[in-house]
Design a protein around this ligand. Structure first.
Ligand code: ATP
Length: 353
């Protein structure tokens, strides 16, 4: 039993409220990503679950047991840090086994756990090396192996891939996800990288200024963002947000939206549309192309309409030059609407395929 329940969690340091009434649960054997910008409180939430910090108020339970005031060592969780936290003077083998020795696990059991874990993360040939003789990716694998041999059902990861290059990150992301599924681990994973959240998570908890903005599957956050912040945090380039007050000709905006907006919708707030749904042509909202980034499989156009910037993802062919004047439109069901307060006020019923 390893379900995690977080209820009304608060953490304050003096006047700083790092975590502000946060509640969510993590189903047994699933992976939840805590996502948000730097300083939003993700690591603090993780450290509160691990027992490395004391809560100001609220409650945490793991596997049905209240652990809020319990010692970190008794909570039955393993943790993997961004810094790997390896002992430089110990070999890979000794680093992996360190925690088990301390816990008094028998030598035979230690050996079999080491063999299993080293095979899973592909470290069999490097067990005699010291951390200084390893690449960043290999060091992160040692940290993973240490977590695997602990056989703890709950694993907490704090930006474990942020020191790695893009290619290795993508590889390790897949490795961590498949290990988590294979071992049935209940995992909470902290990152500020929306790609990690989209590709790994069963559930994303999006946080801003210590508060939850939205909780849901990656698909829910992408297709039905609750606020303009959520809309712009997920996706790259981010969702285009057109501030209705800044549009000169509102009828042109209505045309661009294919009739999705009535007069009443065009009074204030924001119209959102994902770059992949923007069609470039001769009808709709007039824009000026300010940059065309050719990326091989696609070309990303940066465009302006008055003071506002829009992005369009088009196919790989380079058809436009900076300075070109074109029009943009999008399908009616691609329109997201937000009020002047930034909250979603209407939603397409179905995803745009
Ligand atoms: N020990 C501390 N004392 C005082 N303030 C703290 C302490 N630890 C964290 N904070 C503050 O709490 C807030 C949340 O910090 P936290 O490290 O949880 O954010 P984060 O989302 O993990 O950021 P990052 O992605 O940069 O690691 C920040 O404003 C931070 O300055």
């Amino acid at each position: 039993m390893s379900r995690i329940e977080i209820r009304e969690l608060v953490k304050q340091w003096g006047a700083v409220v790092a975590v502000d009434r946060v509640s969510f649960s993590v189903a047994e054997g699933s992976l939840t990503v805590l996502l948000g910008p730097s300083g939003c409180g993700k690591s603090t939430i993780l450290r509160l679950i691990a027992g490395l910090e004391n809560v100001s108020s609220g409650a945490i339970s793991i596997g049905g047991n209240e652990v809020t005031g319990m010692d970190a060592a008794k909570r039955g969780v393993s943790m993997v840090f961004q810094s790997y936290a390896l002992f430089p003077h110990l070999t890979v083998r000794e680093n992996i086994l360190f925690g088990l020795k301390v816990r008094g696990i028998s030598p035979a059991d230690r050996r079999s756990r080491l063999e299993d874990a080293a095979r899973m993360v592909g470290l069999e040939d490097l067990l005699g090396r010291k951390p200084a003789q390893l690449s960043g990716g290999q060091r992160q694998r040692v940290a993973l192996a240490r977590s695997i041999v602990s056989r703890r059902r709950v694993c907490l990861m704090d930006e474990p891939l942020s020191n790695l290059d893009a290619k290795l990150r993508a590889e390790m992301r897949d490795d961590i996800r498949s290990l988590q599924q294979k071992l049935g681990l209940t995992m909470v994973y902290v990152t500020h990288d929306q790609v990690e959240a989209m590709t790994m998570a069963d559930q994303v908890v999006l946080i801003k200024n210590g508060r939850i903005v939205q909780t849901g599957r990656p698909h829910d956050l992408y297709e039905r963002p609750r606020t303009t912040f959520a809309a712009q945090f997920m996706g790259s380039p981010p969702m285009n947000l057109l501030e209705i007050d800044l549009i000169e000709k509102r009828s042109a905006l209505a045309d661009a939206c294919g009739g999705a907006l009535t007069e009443e919708h065009l009074s204030e707030g924001f119209v959102g549309v994902r770059p992949e749904h923007v069609q470039v042509g001769t009808a709709g909202l007039p824009v000026r192309i300010s940059a065309a980034d050719y990326l091989g499989a696609e070309t990303v156009l940066r465009m302006t309409h008055g003071q506002q910037t829009l992005f369009a993802k088009t196919d790989g062919r380079l058809r436009y030059q900076p300075g070109d004047r074109v029009h943009v439109s999008w399908p009616e069901k691609a329109v997201h609407r937000f009020g002047a307060d930034g909250l979603r006020i209407g939603a397409p019923d179905r995803a745009v395929s």
